[in-house]
Design a protein around this ligand. Structure first.
Ligand code: ATP
Ligand code: MG
Length: 294
């Protein structure tokens, strides 16, 4: 580790890598070019990236090899259930991408339809510690069959009666004739850090967290411009999602119409625009916000 520089562990390639590199780029972190390197140096921030498999990220951060890391809560929770050192790591910031759910699922119309039905059964999973913890908390004894991947084929192959696996759209479950009956963990990418990074010279970590917060906030925030009849202003304000104090400005040559500018902090759907239009709004524009700082 270079003195004075923060090391951030990021997945080398995969879903977390994609979202992680996007987030760093939008946060203005410029990476020096390097092909197939384990380390990538940032040119404009005292930050180095260590590119590793996502499963290794919690232990690299816990051991101090990296000050912080971007990892899925699912991987973090599994590692924390096995290691007290990982359990002591702090989630500094939730990052809002790589959202998925760890779920229990079993064949449709099979003998397992609920958590209680798992008693004495076999469950295939890549998350043995989390699955064991979940079952222990409910007083259920079941066999856990650890698998590295393709967990969804286990019931068909008679390896297990149920599975505990990550689900995002549910398409994989459906394609394998399985139905989810319980959520074990809701997960998204998170920024984790160890004590040293948090306490000692945390300026780079602080800068990173502030910029990440700004990027995340601007991603879900939109700028809305529209014209509206003056006498329906309250009606329109009521349907603007998460807009505290819109700016209301005069429209040249129109005494009965005003221009409304608002920052909407909640998602703007097509149905929102339809509601605004029904309330008399016209010439409605929705613009992305590139950067934000509170
Ligand atoms: P590695 O080679 O680094 O071990 P991997 O195959 O374990 O990669 P990926 O498939 O890239 O990992 O998934 C990384 C993380 O992305 C998962 O641990 C989870 O947090 C999240 N994730 C997994 N599946 C999905 C999904 N379908 N949608 C969104 N996020 C997901
Ligand atoms: Mg992995």
């Amino acid at each position: 580790m270079n003195a004075g520089r923060l090391t951030l562990a990021v997945q080398k390639s995969g879903r977390l890598a994609e979202g992680g590199f996007d987030l760093l780029k939008q946060s203005g972190v410029k990476l020096a070019y390097a092909r197939d390197a384990l380390m990538r140096r940032a040119e404009n921030v005292p930050l180095d990236l260590m590119l590793i498999r996502d499963d290794d990220i919690p232990s690299f951060v816990a051991s101090g090899s990296c000050g912080c890391g971007i990892v899925g809560e699912n991987v973090l929770a599994e590692a924390a259930a096995r290691s007290p050192r990982v359990a002591g790591l702090e989630i500094v910031q939730r990052l809002g991408f790589a959202k998925c759910t760890l779920k229990l699922a079993a064949p449709l119309e099979g003998p397992v339809q609920s958590v209680a039905d798992l008693e004495g059964r076999a469950i295939a999973t890549s998350y043995p510690a989390l699955t064991a913890k979940f079952l222990a908390e409910r007083g259920i004894t079941a066999e856990i069959v650890e698998m590295g991947g393709s967990v969804e084929v286990a019931p068909r192959m008679k390896i297990a009666d149920a599975i505990c696996d990550l689900v995002s759209t549910g398409a994989t479950l459906e394609a394998n004739g399985l139905a989810a009956f319980e959520t074990v963990l809701e997960s998204e990418a998170v920024l984790i850090a160890n004590r040293e990074a948090l306490n000692g010279g945390g300026a780079t970590l602080e800068l990173l967290v502030e910029r990440f917060k700004g990027v995340i906030a601007s991603r879900q925030t939109k700028y809305i411009l529209l014209n509206a009849p003056k006498d329906r202003l309250d009606e329109i304000r009521a349907v603007l999602p998460g807009a505290d104090a819109p700016t209301v400005a005069p429209v040249v040559g129109r005494d009965d119409v005003v221009a409304i500018h608002a920052v909407c902090t909640e998602e703007v759907f097509w149905s929102t625009l339809e509601q605004i239009k029904a309330a008399g709004g016209r010439s409605i524009l929705v613009l992305p916000i590139e950067k934000m700082m509170a």
